[in-house]
Design a protein around this ligand. Sequence first.
Ligand code: SF4
Length: 302
Amino acid sequence: MYARFLEIEITGTCPYRCKHCYGSFPKPGELSFEKLCEIFNDARDHFDAVIVSGGEPFLHPRIAGIVRRAAREYVVFITTSGFGLTDEILDTIRNRCILVFGLDGIGSTHDEYRGYPGAFDRLMRSLDLTRDLPKEIIVTLWKGVLPQIDNIVELAEQYNAIVHFNGLIPVGNAKKHPEIMPDPQELEMLYPKLIALKKQGGAVITDLHKVTAKDGLQGIELFCKGRFNITPSGDVRPCEFHYAVLGNIFDRSLRTILDQARKTPALQSREQGFRDHIRLDLKNPFEYHTTICHNLFRSPKQ
Ligand code: SF4
């Protein structure tokens, strides 16, 4: 059994300009509190967990009410840069959600990557505020962060956080910044290190997956099984890294869109971990998202 996640980009507003940003934020659009309540009602029975994201979710004027409402029936995660998180907001959402902070390097490495001087210090303040709360740190494996893995693990332990290292998916802003993509050889060298850290049972959880012959029989253990995404303008997509639009919640109910999408061969194949689509001649065995998944959902919007 796996948890089914609905990731909702509640606002397109964001002060940062991250080089890997999958959604090319900032962009227009914001989902109202009322529309979000409709989504939470409609999503019942389809999802176990809601990920409140953006843009920067703490810049949505109704963030506290949204979290309190969602927490009545879902496990709630908030993905944030830490920008806009205050003591006051924290008091109203404390114990109702798990905070997930994005970290892309130590000090100026993080600031330069995020295009915002002082971003690292702001993030450290947020980690300090939430020292006693359950939280995660997500690190996207871009070229410049690879030499800092040990420092990041140390930092996560210091703030009582678990840390995920995720492969960089070349979509959105990352497509415009090919220089941030690690070489397959660099990932090959990093892979055993991350597996070893994970096995130690400490702070490290890793989703970096390498396609192997075994996947052809069993399928890839995809983190996105049962996952869907909604953008600030209401488009429903297979996940936040995907260009394919399955429908819009301002035209049809979320329930109808999901029911129809689940009948498509592409979605069915994802639920089986792309078992029939595994190829061992991929240029980069760590990069199945665009070479396998995106090819399955070919769309004129690509
Ligand atoms: S495999 Fe496809 S659906 Fe799953 S996270 Fe990657 S791009 Fe999204």
